[in-house]
Ligand binder design. Structure first.
Ligand code: ATP
Ligand code: MG
Length: 318
């Protein structure tokens, strides 16, 4: 659905995108992550046909962004990072305006606008002035606007920025709904946990270079991060050293840290890091018990996308 090949974009002396290549398939929700100034918005503007690359090519649904702008506009919905200001327009008028801009026939406009209002939960606000909406509602209106012409591909540039927790959850639900509808979505965000929940794949960009593209599981594996499990021991248990020895010899275990006993005599414990890509805990419990450890609690701590992101953007690649 989206194909970027060797795209370079310069602003004067600054190389904003450096030979970027990326493919996004149907039904994919591609989370685009990168520090400020990495080139995310620039990439989206190029795909939307608002910027021309200095070299390289990009297509959306097989249409060249450089030479087939009208076709791109039909298949693509682009939500920029700023909505812009529209004085003296109600929500309904605003959406009607875009419906006519997209040449939706007059007779169908009302129904189309009603359906996007419904989907974005803005029906109650249809007669409110756009400028009077809260930030979260404005973001949802931005999404409503890009859905008007039923595009197959959506580019959403930081749709969750500035939203309170509740509005973020609502936005996430909306994006999951769009995913269920089979849209191909490229979404940028700095809120990594959120991207992890809704994306089927992610791309990490830094200084205009793509550091990684693939599934979230692959990102973790590439970052060399495995799941961690905190094991607390019962009073009277063996001290964990023997269990740690056994675990260190197991290829499924990347490392074991012993936690010393507490000052109040509470027994220590172990932090076990699994080898990236290893899942399932049964072997671990068996091995601990065989080492004489009596388990008081066993707490898997899933690795976070933040950890993988930090490792990848520090250049700590495997
Ligand atoms: N119109 C412009 N003129 C000059 N430089 C620009 C222009 N637009 C972007 N840049 C520069 O290009 C680089 C990439 O910017 P871009 O907006 O694509 O980053 P981003 O990943 O979207 O960042 P953010 O997370 O802050 O939104 C930055 O260094 C930025 O300063
Ligand atoms: Mg940006």
């Amino acid at each position: 659905m989206i194909e970027i090949r060797g795209v370079t974009k310069r602003y004067g002396a600054l190389t904003a995108l450096d030979n970027l290549s990326l493919t996004i398939g149907p039904g994919e929700v591609f989370g685009f992550i990168g520090p400020n100034g990495a080139g995310k918005s620039t990439t989206m503007k190029i795909l939307a046909g608002l910027l021309q690359p200095d070299s390289g090519t990009a297509t959306v649904c097989g249409h060249s962004v450089a030479t087939e702008a009208p076709a791109i506009r039909r298949v693509l919905g682009y939500m920029p990072d700023f909505l812009g200001v529209y004085d003296d327009l109600t929500v309904d008028e605003y959406l009607q305006f875009f419906a006519s801009a997209f040449r939706i026939e007059r007779g169908r406009r009302r129904a189309v606008v009603s359906s996007v209002l419904e989907l974005t939960d803005l029906t109650d606000k249809r007669h409110a002035m756009v400028d009077s909406l809260s930030r979260g509602m404005q973001q949802r209106l931005g999404v409503a606007r890009v859905l008007i012409h039923e595009p197959k591909v959506l580019l959403l540039d930081e749709p969750a920025s500035g939203l309170d927790p509740r509005a973020r959850i609502e936005l996430r639900e909306l994006l999951l709904e769009l995913k269920r509808m089979g849209k191909c979505i490229m979404v940028s965000s700095h809120i990594l946990t959120e991207l992890a929940e809704m994306s089927t794949s992610i791309g990490i960009i830094e200084k205009g270079r793509l550091l990684f593209a693939g599934s979230i599981a692959d990102a973790f594996a590439r970052a060399g991060a495995g799941e961690r499990i905190a094991v607390a021991l019962e009073p009277g248990s063996a001290d964990g050293a023997a269990a740690a020895e056994r675990l260190r010899a197991d290829a499924r275990v990347a490392g074991v840290t012993l936690e010393p006993p507490g000052p109040d005599g509470a027994p220590g414990g172990l932090i076990v890091e699994l080898t990236p890509g290893v899942h399932g805990h049964h072997f671990l419990i068996e091995s601990l018990m065989a080492g004489g450890a009596r388990i008081a609690s066993f707490t898997p701590r899933p690795i976070k996308l933040e950890d993988a992101f930090l490792r990848l953007t520090k250049g700590q690649l495997n």
